[in-house]
Design a protein around this ligand. Sequence first.
Ligand SMILES: O=C(O)CCC(=O)C(=O)O
Length: 272
Amino acid sequence: MSTIERDFQTQGYAFPIDILSPREAREARAAFETAEHRATRDDEKREALGRHCSWVLPFADALMRHPAVLDAVTAVLGPNLLVWGSEFFVKEPGTPDFVSWHQDLHYWGLAADEEVTVWLALSPATPESGCMRFLPGSHTQRVAHRDTFAKDNMLSRGQEVDVEVDDLQAVDVVLQPGQASLHHGRLFHASHPNRSADRRIGFAVRYITPQMRQSDGSRAGVSLVKGADTHGHFELVPSPKAEFAEHDMARRRRLCNLANATLYPSGAQGRP
Ligand SMILES: O=C(O)CCC(=O)C(=O)O
């Protein structure tokens, strides 16, 4: 059993995993910031950076298919991999933005637990910059959540676990630019505000196996990134060829509208 597989099974996470060289990480950050600049005056493009960005940004599609990323995910999910979601999490220096303790799979309407997130750092992720925090071993539980709609919470409904979390047990997910962490969809995780002088930028990608499906039977959009789609439960989305191309944006709009009924039954929208 590899270290990644062992850590993932026992703790619910594995990190740090080297993915990009420092130069490649700087290039990926520059590609992100260029796309961000192009999206400045367009609400839909800005929203796309925070949800299903790989459907409209070729550099994001390439990053989530990086061989080192796929090797790490294969160690825990096996050889056939789909991507269910991809998004940039940006915390500006000195802002109050935070993420409350939550379990990703609680809200996504998926019928099983074969999901893993890769969070790739494009700037330093440290306690000062508001790196993620994980609660070791919490991935074996399913707990109730409540929606707080707390101001400054980066999650769409301010969702958080409805149980006490012993903060002293949490580990800081410290990553250099180009390093990644893996976390299980049931792992309790959170993050504090960014008190550093730099932006904290992470690229989060949600990998699933083809056996997964939406509990309500809907055919959500996914990208096939390795092996074969052996079950056909989802609509396969092709790689984008150009940034924010209108036909890719239109497909993304249609698939986000379809997913909203599952993800936001009460009407709130944004990040799942
Ligand atoms: O970037 C963060 O601080 C939180 C990210 C997160 O909750 C996730 O990737 O599931």
